[in-house]
Design a protein around this ligand. Structure first.
Ligand code: XMP
Length: 519
């Protein structure tokens, strides 16, 4: 494998994903892994990630034997923090100059024909995020790029196959980042690209079989892409040992329950159990407006329903003596990061299937997609033969409309939001915008009222927010510049057709600073 050494924050997963994009197999190891253990894996190459620390900081993550890693004859690529670690270990100079660069930075390539920068322009835009700067490369290294503030923004020692860049080639904003990474893998390390999403399926099928054995599992199916792909993958691994459970929590959009029953079962032939839990969720949510509390309640109630389903499956005798011990979830990597589960990351919001799980969870979790990003999950789904209607669906959060009503969730408000959402979806589809828009949450500001005039009278109603966003993986997003005439049609229809709504507003915030959902 190619090893990606994780020095913290969100970078390592993104690097691993870019390596997969280059069709090379990679594994992430924490930086606390002894170097001898890393080398024992016989890696074809090693990538050192960035991280939030300065190399000079007390407690900054270090390798137990960095020198051994650089002298093992294995190609190494250091990025940001990894670059500085390479520089300091091998005798270069890194100073705390106070010269900070954050965000988009202009970089000049100073060595045409370098291994990493071959075929990229002299002037390029890269994504920086650092306080320290390398002022002298180690002996034997050629300086290959610089910026206004940083004399050594990249270096390489082709003979020893050691490469480093101060910036983050893995982020989208570094214009030639993917090419630079591929140059390292193909030219620097001599690796042939051969890895595919088919490999993910094989690996996961094997891992699921090893984990579940002859026991039974249930899979919470939400109608979304992630749980559908997870279910199909697990079904491939353990077949009839799996039962899918669809919880109708009453927070679904119009037509959603019927669609799951029809499309998913038709596509996979999976055993499906539908549980009507509308009252249960509504009464648990009564009187609650705080977003995190709502998320935790929904996460907990999901599990309680799964437990009940488990008991029923056992009682029905479907379980040939084996208890249902496993719960399959379509958790993705971004869900884990945002719920504060990455290394050293903050809790932004508790995704219902991660931070929203109750503490007394009795199931063992099976999460075959937890290393992947959404677009990769879509590729896996396609490879598994799921139809486009499922695989290309826009994301919809597990807690559903419950986190799209700002304020308390009530039956009446849900009905109102369901109508508004159905109109928006209908018009977006009619305008052919489904593929272009990542997703378009429709949000009801239930605690806000404004004055309007409808017919000949005054109204005092609620606003509906349209939140169309474009994104690659939901980690960052921008608001979609949608045609005005489509916005106008949605606005007219919602205010005409949905009672108690007298205003439609457009959310023009990117992520960050906003998140995609309002709660
Ligand atoms: P945010 O609002 O964090 O959303 O920018 C990022 C993506 O995740 C979806 N989302 C969720 N999905 N359970 C889910 O299954 C959740 O609790 C949850 N919260 C947000 C959101 O729709 C967007 O695609």
């Amino acid at each position: 494998p190619v090893l990606v050494v994780d020095f913290g924050a969100q970078y390592a997963q993104l690097i691993a994903r870019r390596v997969r994009e280059a069709r090379v197999y990679s594994e992430i190891v924490p930086s606390t892994t002894p170097v001898a253990e890393m080398l024992a894996k016989k890696p074809k190459a090693i990538i050192l990630s960035g991280g939030p620390s300065s190399v000079y900081e007390e407690g900054a993550p270090r390798l137990d034997d960095a020198r051994a890693l650089f002298e093992a004859g294995i190609p190494v690529f250091g990025m940001c923090y990894g670059f500085q670690l390479m520089a300091t270990t091998l005798g270069g100079t890194v100073d705390n100059t106070g010269a900070r660069e954050y965000g988009r930075t202009a970089m000049r390539v100073s060595k045409a024909g370098s291994t990493l920068f071959e075929g990229t322009p002299v002037e390029q835009s890269v994504w920086m995020s650092h306080g320290d700067a390398c002022s002298a490369a180690p002996e034997g290294f050629a300086v290959t790029a610089s910026t206004d503030l940083v004399p050594v923004a990249a270096f390489e020692n082709d003979e020893k196959k050691l490469y480093g860049v101060q910036y983050h080639p893995e982020v989208m904003h570094s214009t030639h980042g993917q090419l630079v990474l591929e140059h390292f893998l193909y030219r620097g390390a001599g690796i042939e690209p051969s890895w595919t999403t088919g490999n993910v399926i094989e690996e996961q099928v094997e891992a699921i079989r090893a984990q579940v054995g002859t026991k039974r599992a249930i899979c919470g199916l939400s109608g979304g892409v992630d749980s559908a792909v997870a279910a199909a993958l697990v079904q491939k691994a353990i077949g009839s040992q799996l039962t899918c459970v669809y919880v109708d929590h009453g927070l679904m959009r119009k037509g959603e329950t019927e669609q799951v029953e029809k499309d998913f079962v038709a596509a996979t032939g999976v055993q499906l159990k539908v549980v009507d839990a509308q009252e249960r969720f509504l009464s648990a949510l009564a009187g609650v407006s705080d977003p995190e509390t709502k998320r935790k309640i929904i996460g907990r109630e999901f599990i309680r329903v799964f437990e009940q389903a488990q008991a029923e499956i056992v009682a029905e005798g479907a379980a040939d003596g084996e208890d249902v011990a496993f719960l399959v979830q379509g958790t993705l990597y971004p869900d884990i990061v945002e719920s504060g589960g990455g290394t050293g990351t903050a809790n932004i919001k508790s995704h219902h299937n991660v931070g929203g799980l109750p503490e007394d969870l009795e199931f063992e979790l099976v999460e075959p997609l937890r290393q992947l990003f959404k677009d990769e999950v879509r590729m896996v789904g396609q490879e598994l033969g799921l139809p486009a209607e499922i695989v290309q669906r826009q994301p919809f959060p597990g807690p559903g409309l419950g986190i799209r009503i700002v304020g308390e969730v009530t039956q009446e408000r849900l009905e109102l939001l369901r109508e508004a959402d159905a109109i928006a979806r209908e018009e977006l589809t009619a305008a052919g915008l489904d593929a272009e828009i990542w997703q378009c949450p429709v949000v009801l500001l239930a605690d806000v009222r404004s004055v309007g005039v409808q017919g000949d009278g005054r109204t005092y109603g609620h606003p509906i927010v349209l939140r169309p966003v474009s994104s690659e993986d939901a980690m960052t997003a921008d608001w979609t510049r949608m045609p005005y005439d489509v916005l106008a049609r949605i606005s007219t229809r919602i205010t005409n057709e949905v009672r108690d709504v007298n205003r439609v507003v457009l959310d023009v915030t990117s992520k960050p600073p906003g998140t995609i959902e309002w709660e």
